[in-house]
Write a protein that binds this ligand. Structure first.
Ligand code: ZN
Length: 92
């Protein structure tokens, strides 16, 4: 598996085969695909919420509202941005 030997720099985000530190900037390198927890996971909920708000993913209103309410504090900007985008795309 390529993931087993690839490392990703925490500082510049580049991938490297080095296991000690980044050859580009000297930053710390990490396994880009940790088995337990991925730091990229938080972006998943942003993408998911954007699709829900834009209507790409159909959810019952109560489920949708509950989900938005649950994560609203962290995703307020995404909701506003995506709702503006969907409104402007509908009107044009
Ligand atoms: Zn780097």
């Amino acid at each position: 598996m390529i993931q087993a030997i690839l490392r990703k720099c925490k500082r510049c985000g580049r991938y490297t085969l080095r296991k000690d530190r980044c050859p580009y900037c000297g930053g710390e390198v990490v396994n880009p695909h940790p088995p337990k927890y991925s730091p990229d996971d938080r972006y998943f909920i942003y993408r998911l919420l954007t699709k829900i708000v834009s209507g790409e993913i159909k959810l019952p209103e109560d489920v949708k509202n509950r989900l938005i309410e649950k994560i609203y504090g962290r995703t307020q900007q995404v909701i506003e941005a995506s709702s503006q985008t969907s409104e402007s795309s509908k009107s044009s």
